[in-house]
Design a protein around this ligand. Structure first.
Ligand SMILES: C[S@@+](CC[C@H](N)C(=O)[O-])C[C@H]1O[C@@H](n2cnc3c(N)ncnc32)[C@H](O)[C@@H]1O
Length: 395
């Protein structure tokens, strides 16, 4: 079926209409003329793939990754990088302005390198090593992942030296000098064949078995050190993380009492601690809070207090002039929004990795707060995901 692609959806898929029914076309760019095959018919929309490109967009490039068409990791690598950046900026503008019924101009997107940015890679194992194919649990065998750091790629070949039958997953995480390998599988696995290639090796069975080095890595960011344990969240793109944290730091300069909600390993709290008077950090993951307290100590920071709690259960009983929130994709829960509105900080810095849940939460905050600015950060190049920071000021 011959169609013209009208625009892109927020996942970077082409949109066309067939008998007035929206049809999402994978790997198709705006204004391309393509032949399509329908792959899924739903009540309100269809999904389709391209069988032939008749007129291609000037923004289309040949993806560098040989696995791109099958692998579920990246989804917009067929767009030039300039176009990817434009797409992400427009996506945020479209979602925010449509659902908030406003006309907010989105700041220019902050970006860094397009490839080799990921400091963590999870490889699936099923007799061979790979990544999940698009929308399935089947594995596509790979020997490199272009968005992961070169050090990670250098090590993939050694993993084949192990007895893969006993393994479900490999997780590789790097800092500047160290590389950690977490093996999900059988604790009795003999790791001798790969012993010399990794600084830290841990086997995860029903619990953790440390086989070499430490069960964490240390990452240096400027003059600060961060301990990152096996299970703790840490931003996957160090270059963008620094730009993001610098931006947050600039925006909370001279605050007297800051609340850092969803603080993880305390990375933001510690980063801003020299320009604010006091910080309280709240995080649900006990290991991350342990890391946060360790990080506070090794960086000789004294004006932070970390608390392990679900934000759902928090009652805020003191005044904060700045509240930073950095929730997972699900966004803020209603109870913490209520608490924030009770405290009424002068400024809210909302770090979001999902513009949809951000918009939902802004709906609750916008009656009391002015949206001062929204700045996207390209934390995840070649995928449709985008991070952004919204600054809200009390009206
Ligand atoms: C996007 S990460 C941000 C971490 C940190 N701000 C950083 O920059 O590294 C979100 C964090 O929220 C934590 N989290 C998820 N749900 C939570 C909840 N209900 N209450 C408190 N923390 C939660 C996760 O464990 C994770 O560390």
């Amino acid at each position: 079926m011959y169609v013209n692609i009208e625009s892109l959806d927020h996942k970077g898929r082409g949109i066309t209409k067939i008998d007035n029914k929206i049809t999402f076309v994978t790997n198709a760019l705006a204004f391309e003329d393509v032949d399509i095959i329908i792959t899924k018919i739903k009540k309100k929309y269809n999904e389709a793939k391209v069988s032939r490109y008749n007129k291609i967009s000037k923004d289309r490039i040949e993806p560098l990754c040989p696995y791109y068409l099958l692998c579920g990791g990246c989804n917009i690598a067929h767009m030039s990088y300039q176009e990817q950046l434009k797409f992400k900026q427009n996506k945020i503008a479209n979602i925010i302005n449509k659902y908030l019924d406003k006309n907010i101009e989105i700041n220019d997107i902050i970006y860094s390198k397009q490839y080799n940015y990921r400091n963590k890679l999870t490889l699936q194992v099923n007799n061979e090593i790979g990544l999940y194919k698009q929308e399935t649990n089947d594995i596509i065998n790979i020997d490199k992942c272009l968005i992961s750091d070169k050090c990670i790629n250098d090590k993939i070949k050694y993993l084949n030296n192990l007895d893969l039958k006993k393994i479900k997953q490999f997780i590789l995480r790097i800092s500047d000098e160290e590389i950690m390998l977490i093996i999900v599988g059988n604790k009795d696995l003999d790791i001798t064949p790969i012993f010399k290639y990794f600084d830290n090796i841990v086997i995860k069975d029903d619990k953790y078995y440390l086989k070499k080095g430490n069960d964490y890595i240390l990452k240096r960011i400027n003059n600060l050190y961060y301990k990152i344990s096996l299970d703790s969240f840490f931003q996957v793109n160090y270059d963008i993380m620094i730009k993001l944290y610098d931006y947050i730091k600039k925006n909370c300069q001279n605050s007297l009492n800051v609340l850092d909600l969803y603080c993880g390993t305390g990375s933001i709290s510690i980063y801003i601690s020299d320009v604010v008077k006091k910080v309280n950090g709240i995080e649900i993951n006990e290991n991350a809070i342990e890391d946060a307290n360790y990080n506070k100590k090794i960086n000789k920071v004294e004006n932070i207090n970390f608390i392990c709690s679900d934000t759902k259960d928090i009652k805020l009983n003191e005044y904060y002039d700045t509240i930073i929130v950095d929730p997972p994709r699900s966004g803020l829960n209603k109870s913490i929004i209520k608490e924030i509105l009770k405290v009424k900080p002068q400024k809210i810095i909302y770090v979001s990795c999902d513009p949809m849940t951000l918009t939902r939460d802004l709906k609750d905050l916008k009656n009391v707060y002015d949206i001062d600015s929204i700045t996207p950060f390209d934390m995840f190049p070649n995928t449709y995901h985008v991070e952004c920071v919204t600054i809200l000021n009390l009206e």
